[in-house]
Design a protein around this ligand. Structure first.
Ligand code: NAD
Ligand code: UDP
Length: 318
């Protein structure tokens, strides 16, 4: 019988991490979920905790972590919502840089493969549209988003240097805006904000004119792409874009959510935060070629899952 794969998921109690841990358990892996619970929640992983092959470790990735016999590492630890990553910008950049160094060192010691959760934010406010992986981006190095954008860019640099210098087996995925159940109601990102506001009959807060665009990917599609990326041969490092090319303005998103929830909420306009990217859409040719992957869940269908999830959460609290 083949030995059970031991997989470490940092940031495993966060939104994406929770889905990833559940999927890996389903595939028969032993999962070690490591998290400092900054934006993650133990509530997310309540069900997983009863699984005999699930371990939770309370740990901050800015400190080195020692573990043995690890086969694979998914490095997701990092706040991802602008509200949360700007809350303590210095801590964010430490997480994005020192966290990656610590996990790459752990991968090196264990001979493990490591997948780095990078981001479409490495393209900054892109002037090439849609974004291909060979575009170097347009990033402000000194702005309020820089702790995250530059931190994640440095994370990619570190991965490539550990690959070239130490032969660590690395995989980089650039994740575009992803949404789904297990986002926290106070996450601060646009999909959860609008759905929570619509369900509570509160005003929908559009920042700026609402003409800026994003491409929204449902979390199940992302998880499938991440697993396929981890399973590629050692010579394929990426970076690879994982996102849904369907592009919408934020105003269109607001109207869709009002329609799907049947909400009477009004739309209000608030100031646009500094350096907010004007447009974003992935070119996914590379993912199609190397992973045989493309997203399958349309926006309306995915949004309905999240609407149902937040309704259920509200009912539980009542
Ligand atoms: P999230 O905030 O829900 O999850 C991040 C998790 O990391 C949380 O559980 C948090 O407690 C944990 N964490 C943060 N700092 C830590 C530290 N120093 N030590 C240990 N744990 C720490 O966000 P998410 O949307 O699930 O994002 C997961 C990863 O995917 C992040 O690395 C993020 O940059 C990347 N990503 C996400 C998106 C998206 O749209 N959701 C897009 C691009 C990239
Ligand atoms: N946004 C908005 N209202 C909100 C939250 C976000 O209009 O309540 C806008 C935000 O300014 C940005 C887009 O929605 O233009 C996506 O924001 P999010 O924080 O979800 O992700 P990111 O900016 O990192 O892509």
């Amino acid at each position: 019988m083949e030995a059970r794969k031991r997989v470490l998921v940092t940031g495993g109690a966060g939104f994406i991490g929770t889905h990833l841990c559940a999927r890996l358990l389903k595939e028969g892996c032993h999962v070690i979920c490591l998290d400092n619970l900054f934006t993650g929640s133990e509530k997310n992983i309540t069900l997983l905790k009863s699984h005999p092959h699930f371990e939770f470790v309370f740990h901050d990735v800015i400190s080195p972590y020692e573990a043995e016999d690890i086969d694979e590492i998914y490095n997701l630890a990092c706040p991802a919502s602008p509200v949360h990553y700007q809350y303590d910008a210095i801590k964010t950049i430490k997480t994005a840089v020192m966290g990656v160094i610590n996990m790459l060192d752990l991968a090196r010691r264990n001979g493990a493969k490591i997948l780095q959760a990078s981001t479409s934010e490495v393209y900054g406010d892109p002037v090439i549209h849609p974004q291909t992986e060979n575009y170097w981006g347009n990033v402000n190095p000194i702005g309020i988003r820089s702790c995250y954008d530059e931190g994640k860019r440095c994370g990619e640099t570190l991965c490539m240097d550990y690959y070239r210098q130490n032969g660590v087996r690395i995989k980089i995925v650039r994740i575009f805006n992803t949404y789904g159940p297990y986002m926290l109601p106070n996450d601060g990102r646009v999909v959860s904000n609008f759905i929570v506001q619509a369900l509570q009959g509160k005003p929908i807060t559009i920042y700026g004119s609402g003409k800026q665009t994003r491409s929204f990917q449902y979390v199940d599609d992302l998880i499938e792409g991440m697993i396929r990326m981890m399973d590629t041969g050692d010579d394929f490092t990426g970076p690879v874009n994982l996102g849904n090319p369907g592009e919408f303005t934020i105003l269109e998103l607001a109207h869709k959510i009002i329609e799907l929830t049947g909400s009477g909420s009004e739309i209000i306009f608030k100031p646009l935060p500094h350096d907010d990217p004007k447009q974003r859409r992935p070119d996914i040719t590379l993912a199609k070629q190397h992973l045989g992957w493309s997203p399958g869940i349309p926006l309306e269908e995915g949004l309905m899952h999240v609407i149902d999830y937040f309704k259920e959460q509200n009912n539980r609290q009542e």
